[in-house]
Ligand binder design. Structure first.
Ligand code: NZQ
Ligand code: ZN
Length: 392
C-alpha cells in the first residue's frame, strides 16, 4: 500500500429533514450569499426549506442571493458573484444545488481574495491551502453524482476559450454539507442516470488500474460498484423510494470523498478526455464518461486486464478460463450497464459534428503538456487519439 494522508474536515449531515439543521450550522454575525442554479430549488421546495431554516435563527445575519449558475459552471458568470462578495463584504457562502453550483462556489470562494487574473486559478491550477485566504462555505446537495459535497475539487468552464479546467486544494472543502436523499425526487430521469454513471466511473478511475496490495480499498470500491449496480436501475424509475435514494446518495459521496483513493494508483484519463467533450459539445458530464470509458478500457486492455478480471469476478460474478476472457466479458457487462442506465456510448449518438474531435483533443493535450496520462503514464497522445476515434 502506498503512503498517504487522509484529511477531510467536512461536517457531513445526512438524512431526511436535515436541512433544518442549517439553523445551527451557519456562522453568526456574517453576511451570507446563497448561491443556486437555474431555478430547480424554487420548484422542489428546497429554497423554501433553506429560507425557513435561516429565518429561524437569530444570529444577526444578512442574506443576499446569487442565482443562475449554469450546469458546467462558467467562469464569466462566477466572476459576477466574486465582485458582489468583494463589494458587499460577504463572509459566508451557501451553495444550494448540484455539482455545478457547489463547484462554482468553490471557485468563488478562492477567487475573492486572489491577487491577479482570476482565470489563472484555472489555467495554472492554483491550489488553495490557506483557509484564511478563502471565503468559507457550506452546501445543500440536490443532485448526487459528483461527490463535490465532500471533496475539495471543482471543474469550471471558461466560456471564451471553451476550456473546462479544474481547481482545488485543502482549503476548499465545504465547512458542512447537508445531504437529504429525499430531495432527489424532483430530479429528471436523465439527471438520475447521470448521477449513477458519474459515481460509478469515479470508482472505476480509482480502482480499475493494476493489481496492488491495498486490499481494503479494493473491497470498498467493489462494494460501491455493486451497490450502484443493485440500486441504479430502480432509483432512476423510483427516486421516491427512500431505501434506494439514500443508498444512491451515499454511494455518490463515497465514490469521490477521497477515501478509496488513499494508498492506491489512480487513472482519471476518462475524465480528462470527457471534459473536452463537454467543453466542445456541451454533452452532460456523465454521458461523456460513458462514451470514453469503454474505449479507454479496450485500448488500455493490456495495462488493465488483471484488474478488469478481478472486477469481473468480484463485481459481476463472471467466470472464465483465462484473465483475458473474464476481462473481456467484464468490459461487455460494463457497456451493457451503461446502456441500461440510459447512456449512449458512442460520440456520434450524442453529436452530429464529431470527426475532428480526436485531432482537437490531442492538440490541446499536447499544448498543455498532458502527454503521459493514466496510472502508468502510458496514455500518450497516440493512445488518446485511438481512444477518442474508437468512441466515434
Ligand atoms: O440549475 P438548476 O435549476 O438547479 O438545475 C440543475 C441542472 O439543470 C438540475 N438539478 C439539480 N438538482 C435538482 C435538479 N433538478 C431537479 N431537482 C433537483 N433536486 O440538474 C441539472 C444538472 O445539475 P449539475 O449541478 O450541473 O449536475 P451535476 O451534479 O452532475 O454536476 C456536474 C458538474 O460537476 C462537475 C462536472 O464536470 C460538471 O461541471 N464535476 C465535479 C466534480 C467534483 N467537484 O469533484 C467531479 C466530477 O467528476 C465532475 O467533473
Ligand atoms: Zn465525474
Amino acid at each position: 500500500m502506498n503512503n498517504f494522508e487522509l484529511y477531510n474536515p467536512v461536517n457531513y449531515v445526512f438524512g431526511k429533514g436535515q436541512i433544518e439543521k442549517l439553523t445551527n450550522l451557519v456562522p453568526a454575525n456574517t453576511k451570507i450569499l446563497i448561491a443556486y442554479g437555474g431555478g430547480s430549488v424554487f420548484k422542489n421546495g428546497v429554497y423554501e426549506q433553506v429560507k425557513s431554516a435561516l429565518n429561524f435563527q437569530f444570529k444577526n445575519n444578512e442574506i443576499i442571493e446569487f442565482g443562475g449558475i449554469e450546469p458546467n459552471p462558467r467562469y464569466e458568470t462566477l466572476m459576477n458573484a466574486v465582485k458582489i462578495i468583494r463589494t458587499e463584504k460577504v463572509g459566508f457562502i451557501l451553495a444550494v444545488g448540484g455539482g455545478s453550483v457547489i463547484d462554482g462556489v468553490k471557485f468563488i470562494s478562492g477567487a475573492v481574495n486572489y491577487e491577479g487574473d482570476e482565470a489563472e486559478i484555472l489555467r495554472k491550477r492554483i491550489l488553495f491551502k490557506d483557509k484564511s485566504k478563502v471565503i468559507p462555505f457550506g452546501t445543500i446537495l440536490t443532485l448526487p453524482a459528483t461527490g463535490s459535497e465532500m471533496n475539495s475539487g471543482a471543474v469550471i468552464t471558461i466560456e471564451e476559450t471553451q476550456e473546462k479546467l479544474t481547481l482545488g486544494g485543502s482549503a476548499l472543502f465545504p465547512l458542512f454539507s447537508i445531504v437529504d436523499p429525499s430531495v432527489i425526487i424532483s430530479l429528471p430521469k436523465k439527471q438520475l442516470q447521470n448521477g449513477v454513471i458519474d459515481a460509478f466511473t469515479h470508482v472505476m478511475e480509482q480502482y480499475l488500474t493494476y493489481s496492488h496490495d491495498a486490499l481494503l480499498q479494493d473491497r470498498i470500491s467493489e462494494g460501491i460498484l455493486q451497490t450502484l449496480i443493485e440500486i441504479g436501475p430502480g432509483v432512476v424509475e423510483n427516486p421516491a423510494d427512500y431505501k434506494l435514494a439514500s443508498n444512491f446518495v451515499w454511494c455518490a459521496t463515497m465514490a469521490l470523498n477521497g477515501l478509496i483513493q488513499k494508498g492506491v494508483p489512480s487513472d482519471w484519463a476518462t475524465h480528462m478526455i470527457g471534459h473536452e467533450l463537454t467543453a466542445l459539445y456541451e454533452i452532460d458530464h456523465a454521458r461523456t464518461l460513458a462514451i470514453i470509458a469503454p474505449s479507454l478500457y479496450r485500448v488500455m486492455f493490456d495495462t488493465k486486464k488483471d484488474k478488469l478480471a478481478q472486477y469481473g469476478i468480484r463485481v459481476w460474478n463472471i467466470s472464465g478460463n483465462s484473465t483475458e476472457e473474464i476481462a473481456e466479458k467484464a468490459l461487455e457487462k460494463t457497456t451493457a450497464f451503461f446502456h441500461l442506465m440510459g447512456m449512449k456510448t458512442k460520440l456520434s449518438e450524442n453529436t452530429d459534428t464529431y470527426k475532428e474531435t480526436a485531432d482537437f483533443i490531442v492538440r490541446r493535450f499536447e499544448k498543455r503538456g498532458w502527454i503521459a496520462l493514466g496510472e502508468k503514464q502510458n496514455i500518450t497522445p497516440e493512445k488518446v487519439r485511438e481512444i477518442v476515434e474508437m468512441s466515434y
